[in-house]
Design a protein around this ligand. Structure first.
Ligand code: CTP
Ligand code: MG
Length: 231
């Protein structure tokens, strides 16, 4: 059944989905690879659309696949599909430009985090709503982290207690994200990095193990397993 979005919602979600998926190995663009028989992007958009505050969803699709992605998502939820760019940052900028007037909170969410629970969109949006201009979901780092130099020689051990692994959705007051993208220089791999450069404070909130980014074949196998457990 096609999901309904909330016409009174205050949240637009941008879904960059234009990457190739090089680390996943040869095949279709990653967002279109299958997980439990459905493309990653379908899983991701279905969970975005299930979050009650969501008013608008904009997907940045591989440039050659815009029409196909529109067709693919039509039965899932009402979405706007735009061509993505060569870098993730350009894909996000293209999606941001397509957000209609209205929503004042913008979340940016990787299609590759296909199993992210709807509750995480709500908790990130709620933190922005309550006054933070930029909010990122994070997990503690579990491994010991070493800094290494030439020839893989260890230079030192980084204090793990002060480190966080960052996920999406990342949430922003709309004006703050728009200003950060307008001022953006070299491409970064996340949007919080852009607003940090603007001097905007970024708040961390608890992330979710289920928001893992499907990057390598192992992640896809793990996601397949999680899906069979009801995720
Ligand atoms: N993305 C995008 N446009 C790009 C590059 C990435 O919209 N030019 C999106 C991807 O589709 C993905 C998200 O950004 O949903 C996070 O990127 P990543 O996990 O690195 O995906 P890929 O770039 O596709 O993978 P890889 O780096 O292995 O090629
Ligand atoms: Mg990439």
């Amino acid at each position: 059944m096609t999901a309904q979005l909330n016409p009174r919602g205050d949240v637009a979600v941008l879904v960059p989905a234009a990457g190739a998926g090089v680390r996943l190995g040869p095949g279709a663009p990653k967002a279109l690879r299958l997980l439990g028989g459905e493309p990653l992007l379908v899983h991701a958009v279905r969970r975005v659309a299930a979050a009650p505050s969501v008013h608008t969803i904009v997907v940045a699709a591989p440039a050659a696949g815009v029409a196909a992605v529109r067709e693919l998502l039509a039965p899932v939820a009402p979405v706007t599909v735009v061509p993505g760019g060569a870098e993730r940052q350009a894909s996000v900028a293209a999606a941001l430009a397509a957000v209609p007037p209205g929503p004042q909170i913008v979340l940016v969410h990787d299609a590759a985090r296909a199993l992210t629970p709807p509750e995480l969109f709500e908790s990130v949006a709620a933190a922005v709503r309550s006054g933070d201009d930029a909010v990122i979901p994070v997990l503690p780092v579990v491994d010991t982290i070493k800094q290494v130099g030439a020839a893989e020689m260890v230079l030192g051990t980084v204090d793990r207690a002060a480190l966080r692994a960052v996920q999406t959705p990342q949430g922003f007051r709309r004006s703050v994200l728009a200003a950060a993208h307008a001022a953006a220089g070299d491409p970064l791999t996340d949007d919080a990095g852009l607003v940090e450069k603007q001097g905007v404070p970024v708040r961390c909130v608890p992330g979710s193990e289920y928001a893992l980014k499907i990057t390598r074949p192992f992640d896809l196998a793990l996601a397949e397993h999680l899906l069979t457990t009801g995720r």
